[in-house]
Structure formats: C-alpha cells, structure tokens
Design a protein around this ligand. Structure first.
Ligand SMILES: Nc1ncnc2c1ncn2[C@@H]1O[C@H](COP(=O)(O)OP(=O)(O)OP(=O)(O)O)[C@@H](O)[C@H]1O
Length: 257
C-alpha cells in the first residue's frame, strides 16, 4: 500500500514565482492496484510521482509505504522497493554499455558486486531467455551497446531493468509517450505482463486515454494539484474515452484555454 497524506507542496516559495501545487493532497493506492493517472499539462502528475519516489520533498505531509512512514527516507533507499520508468528511453539505461552489462547492473541494484563478477555465462543464458519473448531480437544482441538500439527497444530494456530486483511498486511516467503506436503497444503489453507476473502495485501516468482506460483497474484524473476523477473496477470499465475527453474539455473551458 502506498499513501500520500495531507501533502503540501510549494514551488519557488518566497519568490514572485511562488506556486502552491498541492494543498492537503491525499492519495492511497491499495496493494495490487494498477492506477492510470491522466490530467492536463502542469496538473501535478510528475510532481506526485517525484514525491512518492523521494526525488523531491513535500513541504509537509506524510508518505507511507506498507504502513511505514518513509517521508524522510532517501530516494535511494525508497527505490529498493520501487521501479521507475521515465518518458525518455535514454533514462534508465546506459548507452555506452552493452545489453548484457545493463541487465547485469540492473540485477545488481542494491548489491555491492562489481560488474566483472556478474557478467557470466549463466546470466547470459538467463537474459537471453528473458529477452526472447519480447520478439525484438535483443536476445542475439547481448554484446551490442544499448545506445545503438531503437527507442522502443531501449524502453523495453528500461522496463525489464526496473523490475529485475524484487520490487513491490512500479512507477511509469509517460513511458510510452516517445514511442510509435506499434512499439508503444508492445511496451504496454510487456508492462501489463510484468505487472501481473510480479504482482506489482503500479501507477502509470499517461496522456493516452485509450491506454488509461484499457490497462489497469483504476483511473484518476488530476487538475491543478487535485484529484477530480477517481474510478475503479466496474465503474472504470464502464467509462468511455469520450466521457474522459469531455471532462478534459470542461476543465479547459473553466481555465479559459
Ligand atoms: N522544479 C520545479 N520548479 C518550479 N515549478 C515546477 C517544478 N516542477 C514542476 N513545476 C510546476 O508544477 C506544476 C506541475 O508540474 P508537473 O510536471 O508535476 O505536471 P504534470 O502534470 O506532470 O505535467 P505534464 O503533463 O506536462 O508532464 C507546473 O506548473 C510546473 O511548472
């Protein structure tokens, strides 16, 4: 379970650019939930993920993980339980290292081993078996540098790498936004498969309303630092893209856009 309680967040406090993004923001994600997060630009989606992961600090409020208060826990320590994939495929993989080295590094997350000890034949075979079902031909490219892969291949790698250690939570920040439709679909299917297999509690920010409705069991919409729609289960299944789009339009008119 992940919980944000009474979160307050100001950007640029005490300056002319001061902006209050979250005022008493509350959000709770139950174990096993896969929450899609939609919302207009600047509504606070990435800031919320950053606060959960510890990349930025809230000004006040509490962050709980499985009931434990992690508000003051460093990002590094939080990430032993959280995997995160970003929009940019070049984040989360190292371009100057080979696929083999990248996967080994990801498997070593939290361990003090160096690479030399871990790039071995057994792992090579394991990684080939892991990559084969993706049908991206990566199993035959273990010694190719990741920088030579396409964006879609790199994002599939980033997804695998973020979930190689025994994490409980997966945070996806527009992870298919930079991919062409076919590659995005492949990455979404891979996401769903990993989430189901590893029983991960997941939060996926996306601007793709179809993905937001098709994948996961809960959807929230954010607007100006608030959750303005929250549907799960059957209520979510009954939602149509047009309805969510309608809500977007209402908000835009309200904001004078
Ligand atoms: N480091 C920062 N310093 C100052 N303001 C920030 C900072 N990060 C975000 N903001 C502001 O906070 C608001 C929310 O930004 P955030 O990136 O969380 O929104 P978002 O919903 O993820 O947007 P998008 O869909 O465009 O990615 C925006 O107005 C943004 O300008």
């Amino acid at each position: 379970m992940l919980e944000l309680k009474h979160i307050h967040k100001y950007y640029n406090p005490g300056t002319v650019n001061e902006m209050c993004l979250f005022r008493d923001f509350n959000f709770r994600v139950e174990d096993g939930e896969f929450v899609s997060v939609v919302g207009s630009n600047g509504s606070g989606k990435t800031s919320m993920l950053n606060i959960i992961c510890g990349s930025i600090a809230a000004d006040s409020g509490q962050i709980l993980m499985n009931g434990r208060d992690i508000t003051n826990l460093s990002e590094y320590r939080r990430l032993s339980k959280i995997g995160r994939v970003f929009q940019n495929p070049s984040m989360g993989t190292c371009p100057s290292m080979t696929i083999m080295e990248n996967l080994s590094l990801a498997e070593n997350k939290g361990k003090s081993y160096n690479l030399g000890r871990c790039v071995n034949k057994k792992r090579r075979e394991t990684y080939q078996d892991m990559l084969r079902p993706l049908n991206l031909g990566l199993e035959d490219k273990l010694d190719v540098k990741v920088g030579a892969l396409s964006g879609g291949q790199r994002q599939a790698m980033a997804l695998l790498m973020s979930t190689m250690t025994p994490i409980e939570f997966l945070i996806l920040d527009e992870h298919t936004a930079a991919l062409d439709p076919k590659t995005a679909e492949i990455n979404m299917q891979l996401t769903e498969q990993i989430v189901r297999q590893k029983k991960l509690t997941s939060i996926m920010v996306t601007h793709n309303l179809r993905y937001a409705l098709e994948y996961g069991n809960r959807i929230i919409m954010m607007h100006q630092g608030k959750i303005i729609l929250d549907k799960k289960g059957k209520e979510k299944e009954d939602l149509h893209v047009d309805e969510v789009l309608g809500l977007f339009n209402e908000i835009s008119i309200e904001c004078g856009n």
